[in-house]
Design a binder for this molecule. Structure first.
Ligand code: PLP
Length: 374
């Protein structure tokens, strides 16, 4: 890690990027149809395979994650889709499927909860679906879903599993091949702690084979093209080469940390945040809560419920004045929660400094509130 300042920016994406990675992007531009590029692509792909734990090619797109969300849908076999919806991003996945003219049925659970697998199974048994969409780490609520179990159920009923692991991959345990996930995607600006602008995906060989018979795969997100170009260590159209320089360096760093240790560091940051929430209640008598149910908490993001009447905006502003940035609530939780993105290259100590600032900010707001009441 570099000596330059790092460790103040804790929103759940985009995440803070280390200055040494940012400076990689000033390397000279190269063409993308030559040996130098292909060598770099191969090194990057090897690193990404160790992040996804796959032997399959990894597709690299110049797009935000939503582009590859659309890719997952457009290249999926023809037919209806079952969308598991437990927050803002899993709902987006359902909407993308509808926008691609798929018939979509939803299994919806309240924000903060995860799915009862029996309910998912009944939905799968009730009618024929070609695919199930699911968010691994639902960034709006901080809920982690057991995507391996979801994929097993999907397969049992003849459907495939399309997995949004945008705030999962690189932070939460994920084993694409061993869990038999059919299409998984992520983006650069979440747990991989890179600038925004790149998306990454892995598709099973079977998914790509079946896509070949579709007539409406479109052009930019055609998985068959991505597969063919990855085999040549290239991308179908111009890659975001300067971003790839940062990615190449980060793949080296993640390889040195080791993906399992990276998962452990994220789990420790999640645990520290959850403990902090109860400690604030004890130390200060301020009633904070964790939105995600116990046992289903994402290692990369925590949505923290504020005491009634305390605004998320005021908390963010007060935290800002203390030199840190945390995320606001998302969607229906925007007024009542703030989110701590404890993902990427943050350390446990750095996170503790941020939580300390949050505590001071919240205590000051609570104090002001009680003075105003008195
Ligand atoms: C951030 C995020 C997205 C959207 O990513 P973009 O890069 O903004 O398109 C989708 N799903 C989840 C779970 C996310 O956290």
């Amino acid at each position: 890690m570099s000596d330059a300042p790092f460790g103040t920016f804790f929103i759940p994406g985009p995440t803070e990027v280390r200055p040494d990675l940012l400076s990689q992007m000033t390397r000279p531009v190269i063409g993308h149809r030559g040996k130098a590029f292909e060598g770099m692509f191969a090194r990057i792909e090897a690193g990404l395979r160790d992040v996804f734990l796959t032997a399959r090619p990894v597709y690299i797109g110049a797009t935000s994650a939503t582009g590859f969300m659309e890719m997952a849908i457009r290249n999926a076999p023809e037919g209806a889709i079952l969308a598991l919806v437990n927050g803002g991003f899993s709902e987006r996945f359902a909407k993308v499927a509808e926008a691609c003219e798929r018939r979509v049925e939803r299994v919806v659970v309240p924000w903060g909860e995860t799915f009862d697998l029996n309910v998912v199974e009944s939905a799968l048994a009730a009618q024929r679906f070609v695919a199930v969409t699911v968010a691994h780490s639902e960034t709006s609520t901080g809920v982690l879903t057991d995507v391996r179990a979801v994929a097993e159920l999907a397969h049992k009923h003849g459907a495939i599993a399309l997995v949004d692991s945008v705030s999962g991959a690189g932070g939460a345990e994920l084993t694409v091949d061993a869990w038999s996930l059919d299409f998984v995607f992520t983006a650069s600006q979440k747990a991989l702690a890179l600038p925004a602008g790149l998306a990454f995906a892995v598709a099973s060989a079977d998914y790509v084979e079946r896509a070949k018979s579709l007539t409406d795969r479109g052009f930019y997100f055609d998985v068959v093209q991505y597969e063919a170009f990855a085999a040549k260590n290239q991308t179908p159209s111009t890659p975001a080469t300067s971003l790839l320089y940062a990615l190449e360096a980060q793949m080296g760093d993640i390889g040195r940390e080791g993906i399992e240790r990276r998962w452990e560091r994220h789990a420790a940051m999640r645990d520290a945040t959850v403990e902090w929430v109860s400690a604030v209640a004890e130390r200060r008598g301020i009633d904070l809560g964790v939105i995600a149910a116990e046992g289903a908490r994402s290692p990369t993001v925590t949505a923290v419920r504020l005491p009634s009447g305390m605004s998320a905006k005021d908390v963010r502003d007060a935290v800002n004045r203390l030199g840190f940035t945390v995320g606001g609530g998302y969607g229906q939780l925007s007024e009542t929660t703030f989110r701590v993105g404890h993902m990427g290259d943050h350390s446990l100590d750095g996170l503790r400094r941020c939580l300390h600032a949050c505590e001071n900010a919240i205590a000051e707001l609570a104090e002001r509130r009680s003075l105003a009441r008195a």
